[in-house]
Design a protein around this ligand. Structure first.
Ligand code: DAH
Length: 374
């Protein structure tokens, strides 16, 4: 049995020489320091601390040393490896901090950048107001009836008790149509009101009851200015049933203005003339702004109603029996009431719009503040 190799001198083992261990350590530290990013550091780590790195190989040599030499060599290599691991951890911390800082700036989201480059636009307040009116009446059981904008003269005038020689016919500044060859087309006009849809509804129904509202665009040969437009919107209502009276008309109008402007609103009727209604009336509603309190009260003038307390809304009346007869309805059994008004005017009052042109020109800067009422 051979004696322990007491004469084995660790200094003689090339890899464990103090200068060599120092050199390996310094090499590792220099490599970590030189690593510019975490990937390079990982490579340096494998090269200098991995299983096949010079320091690991030197460490393995220790096992072969005699016991009394192991300690010193172990200390030397252990210190070197400790310094290497410490340097590695420190360099990693530095590089990770650099990476985090870079990611924060490179991948930062600028929340102040405009995110929506295609502006969303807005529904036109005429549309929403007319739909709101539609809701009020459909909730009461009315149906919405629509008709063509190019209308037969008979439906636009004659059936409404405005025969060819009726003076009222010429007061509605009518657009008459020409055909493609430039010749006027007999009997066809751009509708001057939606009342023709009332006639269509009565002709289409086999028998009353009839409860319809007729919203739509109408045309009159007016110049576009602050208070006129050749194309505007109306909503008309027609009810035909047994036993309807002017009280039903008044109650319906009052309900409408309360629904639009709130409790306490009411309407009043003033005598007027329309060929298609008898009796006929002009309808006013209490000024929703001052509720009448500006009347005779110079300290509280109201711009909305010019301190008159009332706002003129439109026309109404009991359907003229001649109109019922033209539509094949027996006026001895049935009666009807109707009203109609312009939606632009209502919009102007309701939202203090001072110039009609703002409503028709379609500039989104006008429609946007009304929001997206649906
Ligand atoms: N059609 C009328 C106009 O455009 C408004 C109107 C008045 C409609 C009285 C009606 C009504 O239904 O009963 O001037």
């Amino acid at each position: 049995m051979s004696a322990p190799n007491k004469s084995y001198d660790p200094v003689e083992v090339e890899a464990l020489k103090p200068e060599e261990i120092e050199r390996l350590r310094d090499e590792a530290l220099a490599a970590f320091e030189a690593a510019a990013d975490l990937a390079a550091l990982q490579e340096a780590k494998v090269a200098h601390t991995g299983d096949r790195s010079p320091l690991s190989l030197a460490n393995r040599e220790i096992g072969a040393l005699p016991p009394q030499a192991k300690k010193e060599a172990g200390q030397r290599v252990g210190q070197a490896r400790g310094a290497v691991n410490k340097a590695l951890a420190e360099r990693r911390a530095v590089l990770e901090a650099e990476r985090d800082a870079r990611v924060l700036t490179e991948e930062a989201v600028d929340v102040t950048l405009p995110f929506d480059r295609a502006p969303r636009g807005a529904r036109h307040p005429l549309t929403t107001l007319s739909e709101r009116l539609g809701d009020i009446f459909t909730a009461m059981g009315y149906a919405v009836a629509e008709g063509p904008e190019v209308e037969a003269e008979w439906l636009n005038f004659d059936a409404l008790n405005m025969g060819p020689d009726h003076p009222a016919r010429s007061t509605q500044d009518t657009f008459f149509l020409k055909d493609a060859t430039g010749h006027s087309t007999d009997g066809v006009v751009l509708r001057t009101h939606t009342s023709g849809v009332q006639i269509r509804s009565m002709l289409a129904a086999s028998e009353p009851p009839i409860y319809v509202i007729c919203p739509g665009r109408v045309f009159r040969s007016d110049e576009l200015d602050a208070t006129h437009t050749p194309v505007f919107s109306q909503i008309e209502l027609l009810a035909v049933d047994e036993g309807l009276t002017m009280a039903d008309l008044k109650g319906t109008l009052d309900h409408m203005v309360v629904s639009l402007f709130g409790e306490g609103m009411k309407t009043r009727l003033r005598p007027n003339y329309f060929p298609f209604t008898e009796p006929s009336a002009e309808m006013d509603m209490v000024c929703f702004n001052c509720r009448g309190e500006s009347v005779g009260n110079p300290d509280r003038p109201c711009r909305t109603c010019s301190s008159e307390g009332w706002i003129e809304l439109g026309g109404c009346g009991m359907v003229n029996p001649r109109v019922l007869i033209a539509c094949g309805i027996d006026p001895n059994r049935y009666s009807g009431f109707a009203f109609g008004f312009g939606i632009e005017r209502l919009l102007m009052f309701r939202h203090n719009v001072e110039d009609m042109r703002d409503i028709v020109e379609g500039d989104v800067r006008f429609t946007l503040p009304f929001g997206m009422e649906i």
